[in-house]
Design a protein around this ligand. Structure first.
Ligand code: HEM
Ligand SMILES: *[C@@H]1O[C@H](CO)[C@@H](O)[C@H](O)[C@H]1NC(C)=O
Length: 345
């Protein structure tokens, strides 16, 4: 995935959390009127302040915030947006008034992926979302569940280090970014779906990568809604095809798990199938399960891979820190054994 796409996805995710700030503020109608309560650069007609974002939006926003303050108003096309950029103000939105701002953007890509509203990440804040989260916290993200996959993660890691050793001996160049994305994808899929080899034909890693990429593309339709109908970038069409492929794969995965009981995330979620989750009458159906597992795979893939890639590239850029790390590892483990998860504090 292109760095600009990752950056944009990150920025979008952060920005979207704040979409509602302005609605909230302007709906209270204090001060002189709509939106005037907040400082910010003057928007142009139609595109608003989009032209000011540049290719590195996080840096452009940083510079704008230095000028307009830690809570500024900008317009992304026709979408009024509040950019928050200091820890105390962020705390106000993300913690103190969390429930008010916990809504989700309804971006075009998600509307073309069926069921996206039945998962967690892009689901409206409310009873359904709360119940699904609770089930995931109690059933999937427990220390014992996470621990039960430790041998699987270790195995993937061993393969990786072996392949690095072999490449080193043969003096081959290794694309570490690519490898990290692969092993991270493999680990995630093993925890979520179990027997990944069995699902190889669906190319799930590729489909998820494509979805992350599409979701990260700057989609004009989300900011200038009247252009949405024209699908100028072809995003709507390609998302629909992708959504169908993903659905087909996930259906097969669920069928397979229904036939043979398994301990992975899908297996655990299936124990809740067709059960009522809350007094509201929400039911954990097949669509919920497909949406939740897709959320888990997508949410856990590019995020973790990009974080690892970032950490490694910072180490490479700072030899002093790299040396310190190597010395620390050397002094604690020598070169006798590989670092294990439970060596971490
Ligand atoms: C370094 C790795 C990761 C980073 C940087 C990261 C970052 C984030 C961020 C910024 C959010 C949005 C929070 C919000 O809007 O309130 C989020 C939500 C989420 N993440 Fe992660 N994440 C990572 C790994 C993972 C993994 C491994 C999983 C699952 C296997 C995961 C599952 C989720 C889910 C389900 C949500 C939605 C939560 C909700 O809506 O309540 N993430 N993540
Ligand atoms: C390494 O892999 C990444 C991710 O697949 C790709 O974007 C990048 O262009 C590759 N780098 C080289 C030098 O091939």
């Amino acid at each position: 995935m292109a760095p600009s796409a990752i950056t944009f996805l990150t920025v979008l995710a952060v920005l979207c959390s704040f979409f509602y700030v302005l609605f909230y503020i302007s709906s209270r109608k204090h001060g002189k009127g709509k939106g005037e309560a907040l400082p910010g650069p003057r928007p142009l007609p139609i595109i608003g302040n989009l032209h000011m974002l540049g290719i590195l939006p996080h840096q452009s926003l940083y510079h704008l915030a230095k000028k307009y303050g830690p809570m500024m108003s900008i317009r992304l096309g026709s979408v009024p947006t509040v950019v928050v950029s200091s820890p105390p103000v962020a705390e106000m939105f993300l913690k103190t008034h969390d429930a008010i701002f916990a809504s989700r953007p309804k971006v075009q890509v998600l509307q073309s992926i069926s069921n996206s509203q039945r998962g967690i990440a892009f689901t409206e804040h409310g009873p359904y979302w709360r119940s699904v989260r609770k089930i995931c916290n109690m059933q999937l993200f427990t220390p014992s569940k996470i621990e039960s996959f430790a041998p699987t993660r270790k195995e993937v890691l061993m393969h990786f280090t072996e392949s690095l050793k072999e490449a080193a001996t043969a003096k081959e160049v290794v694309n570490i970014s690519k490898k990290l994305a692969e092993i991270n994808g493999e680990m995630t899929l093993m925890m979520v779906l179990g027997p990944v080899k069995k699902y190889k034909e669906f190319n799930l890693i590729d489909l998820v990568e494509e979805l992350t990429k599409i979701a990260g593309v700057f989609n004009l339709a989300d900011f200038v809604p009247f252009l949405g109908a024209f699908d100028l970038q072809g995003i709507k069409a390609s998302t629909r095809t992708l959504g169908e492929k993903l659905d087909y794969a996930l259906e097969a995965v669920i069928d397979d798990h229904l036939q043979k009981k398994q301990d992975d995330f899908v297996g655990v979620l299936l124990t809740e199938l067709d059960q009522t989750m809350n007094p509201n009458g929400d039911i954990m159906d097949r669509n919920s399960i497909k949406a939740i597992i897709l959320d888990m795979i997508v949410a856990g893939s590019d995020t973790s891979a990009a974080t690892l890639e970032w950490a490694l590239s910072e180490l490479i850029r700072h030899p002093r820190v790299m040396l310190k790390l190597q010395q620390e590892l050397e002094s604690i483990f020598g070169n006798k054994r590989i670092v294990e998860e439970n060596d971490l504090p």
